[in-house]
Each structure stands twice: as C-alpha cells, then as structure tokens.
Design a protein around this ligand. Structure first.
Ligand SMILES: Nc1nc2c(c(=O)[nH]1)N[C@H]1C(S)=C(S)[C@@H](COP(=O)(O)O)O[C@H]1N2
Ligand SMILES: [Mo]
Length: 389
C-alpha cells in the first residue's frame, strides 16, 4: 500500500469515527464531571496519604521511629485507606462515563495546539491507567487475591506516586473548567432526561454500598453487613485467621511437643520450650490485628514481654529485635521490631488469645503482637528472636 493510500484510509476512518457531539445524553455535563471528579480526587488523596503511611509502617528500618501509640492508629488509617480506594471504584466509573466522548475529539490543526493536545491526552492516559491499576490491584489485595508475581506493596506504592503526580497535572490543566463547573451559573435540567442530582445520588449510594459491603469489616457495628469482605467471618477469639498453619506449611513443626524458641544476642543464645515461656511473668494486652487488606479485629493477648526475653541475655535497652517464623519463605515469615517497638510494655510474644491457648492457626506455640503495627508484621509461629544490639 502506498503512503498516500494509508493516509487516505486513515482519514476516511477518522471521518467515520464518532465525534463528541454524537453522544447526546444530556446527563453528561461538566457540572457532573466536576462533582464526581472532586470527590474522586479526595478519595485518591486520602488513599495516597494513608498508603504512604502504611508503606512507612512496614519498613523494617524506618528512618524515623513510628509511634506505638495510639494503639489503634494503623487500624484506622488502613481501614480508611481501603475504604477510600473502594469508594473510588464507582466514582471512577461514573467519571469515565461522563467524559469518554472527549476521546473522540478531533485534534486541533495548529501545530502548537496539536502538540499540547497530544501531551494532555498522554497525561490522561497515564492518569487513567495508573488510577485503574491502583484500584484493581488494591481491590484484589483486599480480597486476599494475589494473581500476579510482582511485589504488591512496592508496585502499589510506586504507582501511587504516578497516579498522584498525573492527578496533580490533570487538576492544574482543568482548573478553569472545574472552577466554572462548581461556581458558574446553575444549568437548567433538561426535561425528561435523568437529572444530575439523580446520577449523583446513585453514585454516592454506590460508593457507600461498596464501602459497607467490602471495606467496613473492621467496624464492629457494620461488620455483619460486610458480606463481600473475605474475612468478616470469625476465628477463635473472634479474630479472623489470615493464613492458616496448613497454608503456611508449619502444622507439624508448630504442633511438635519438642518445639523450642531460640533467643539470641551475638554468640549467646537461650532455648525455651513453651512450658518455659509459660513459667515466665505473663503480660496481658488488648490489641488489634490490623491487616493491610483493611479488616481489623481486637483480641486480648497474654504472653511474655519482649523486654523480658531480652533481659534473659542482658541485652542493652534500645536494641531492635528480629523475629523469625517456623514458616519458610513468604513475606510475613519474619519481621523486625525497631527499638521503640521492642521496648514497648505491650510488645508481647503471645501464648494465649482471649484466655484460650493460642490456636495453631493464630500462631501456636507463640506469636508476636505489638501496638499500632500492620498485621503483616505480627509474626505467627515464632521460633527465633534475634536481639540486634
Ligand atoms: N508466619 C506468618 N505470620 C503472619 C502471617 C503469615 O502469613 N505468616 N500473616 C500476617 C498477616 S498479613 C496478618 S494480617 C496477621 C493475621 O493474624 P491472624 O491470622 O492471627 O488474624 O498475621 C500475620 N502473621
Ligand atoms: Mo495481613
């Protein structure tokens, strides 16, 4: 095919493609787009800030020690993170529906304008794809479904910055349109057409239903309504079970009566059986498991303070602690308690939950529980504690 014929057929294809004017639904308007878009932007900002916080909370070696109080802070920020992301799903769908005819806008003719148009389209492509990626992976993660091989946390974190950056560019470019849509004269409703108010109400309702049925399982009064939340069900002590002992491949080792925990500092170490741990002073704390997936549940845990274990080896105060599980591999099979966490009187190697011996699935013989930490760091089936002086 010659060059001119290619250009000719491309031109005729473009001629036959619809134009924005072909989509005549009076329900679409800049006023609708601006309202949904503003709330979508708010959801993304909230999810971004709480997401960065969650990322920092999971760093083994935080630059600045994150506080261990209030004990419920991470539970709230992560619940809000997942709720904001879930609410954003219907908002993004309505927003895209309200603007998609613009895809068919013909590029302007003057070179400069055409270039600007191309840049804007490119920035929107980045925004829409990064935003969709965040919502799809986030939603899959909150359903504990990881159908990919990349690291969820670092990818979701990196794309969060991309989405936020392109959102800022988008808002800056559209500021005049957003302003006049919010502040300009009221547009009279078109008789017989679905009104903007109806669409907005349906959109808010959809966002509300999405949050309550899937993301609100950490709020006791609505937990029963969270029918789509994978772990609104209860395990022993009303604390859901994240990964079972069988799934982690630790059943035999964890149930072994010969189990010992090794506590070490440099070359020195102590071996402790479960009976040894039970004979040490016991501490009780009521603390939540707050999963990155959005659910959280409170339990009353009893066991040995981390500081008491450190004292067995005369470890210097202010030491951090590395904790390892019987589980081989897996992102949650080890965690680090920075010095301020290890020193906390509520940082416990738990032996019981709600007065009952810890179940195998909750981490028997012993598991970490400490205040204001992501659930992923509350290591189960602990068999090694290494003091890092
Ligand atoms: N060894 C080990 N510990 C683990 C996990 C794991 O997969 N393996 N999952 C973590 C995650 S992501 C959470 S949310 C909590 C859940 O604790 P639970 O199952 O007792 O509710 O355990 C954490 N501890
Ligand atoms: Mo988790």
């Amino acid at each position: 095919m010659s060059g001119t014929r290619v250009t000719d057929s491309l031109t005729s294809l473009l001629d036959r493609a619809p134009t924005p004017e072909d989509f005549t639904s009076p329900a679409r308007s800049p006023q609708l787009t601006a309202r949904v878009g503003t709330w979508l932007g708010v959801c993304f900002l909230v999810a971004f800030l709480t997401g960065v916080w969650s990322h920092l909370a999971q760093l083994p070696n935080p630059l600045v020690p994150l506080p261990t109080r209030p004990i419920w802070l991470y539970r709230v920020t992560q619940g809000v993170h997942v709720a904001a992301g879930t609410a954003a799903v219907p908002l993004l769908l309505v927003k895209l529906w309200s603007v998609f005819p613009q895809l068919f806008r013909r590029p302007p003719t003057p070179t400069r304008a055409r270039l600007l148009d191309a840049v804007e389209r490119l920035s929107i492509l980045v925004l829409v794809s990064s935003a969709s990626f965040q919502l799809v992976t986030g939603l899959a993660n909150s359903a504990q479904w990881y159908p990919w091989s990349f690291s969820f946390r670092s990818t979701h974190f990196a794309l969060g910055w991309v989405a936020m950056g392109s959102l800022l560019v988008h808002v800056a470019v559209k500021l005049p349109v957003i302003r006049s849509a919010w502040l300009g004269p009221e547009v009279a409703p078109v008789p017989g057409a679905v009104s903007r108010r109806t669409i907005l109400r349906a959109t808010w309702a959809a966002a509300g239903v999405a949050v309550v049925t899937s993301a609100a399982s950490g709020v006791p009064s609505v937990r029963r309504l969270s029918v789509l939340a994978p772990r609104s069900g209860t395990g022993p002590g009303n604390v859901p079970i994240n990964k079972t002992a069988a799934a982690a491949g630790v059943t035999t080792a964890a149930a072994d009566p010969g189990f010992t925990l090794t506590v070490s500092l440099g070359g020195a170490h102590r071996q402790l059986t479960r009976a040894d741990l039970e004979s040490m002073p016991q501490t009780t704390a009521t603390l939540p498991i707050a999963c990155v997936e959005g659910w959280s549940a409170t339990g009353t845990w009893t066991g040995v303070r981390i500081t008491d274990l450190m004292a067995l080896l005369d470890a210097p105060t202010g030491s951090a602690v590395l904790v390892e599980s019987l589980q081989r591999g897996g992102a949650s099979s080890r965690s680090r308690l920075p010095a301020n966490v290890a020193a906390d009187p509520q940082a416990i190697l738990a032996l019981t939950l709600d007065g009952e011996r810890l179940s195998l699935d909750h981490g028997y013989p012993c598991r970490i529980i400490a205040p204001n930490r992501p659930g992923a760091l509350q290591t189960k089936w602990v068999n090694r504690i290494e003091v890092q002086a």
